[in-house]
Design a protein around this ligand. Structure first.
Ligand SMILES: [Zn+2]
Length: 86
């Protein structure tokens, strides 16, 4: 279903999808995005959804190097061989 957060689809939701965001405490904002807050499913606004998504994206590279390092070494080892063939 497209435009799940706009227009006609919102009319059947409670209070037209509006309410108070449990994270930023903004009232009268559209809370349309499901989020797992302390093991409880809550509906959050698009700003908090975007913020959490950005936070997760920025935190990921910090955890990645442990996994990425061996792959990078392998790639470096393969690269000279590829150059030799060319
Ligand atoms: Zn919010």
């Amino acid at each position: 279903m497209s435009k799940a957060h706009r227009g006609t689809g919102l009319r059947k939701t409670a209070n037209h999808g509006r309410g108070e965001c449990p994270i930023c405490k903004t009232k009268g904002i559209k809370v349309l995005y499901e989020y797992d807050l302390d093991g409880k499913k809550v509906m959050i606004c698009k700003f908090c959804k975007a913020h959490l998504k950005n936070k997760a994206r920025l935190e990921k590279p910090a955890a990645a190097p442990a996994d990425a390092a061996p792959a990078a070494e392998e790639a470096a080892a393969e690269a000279p061989a590829a150059e030799a063939q060319a």
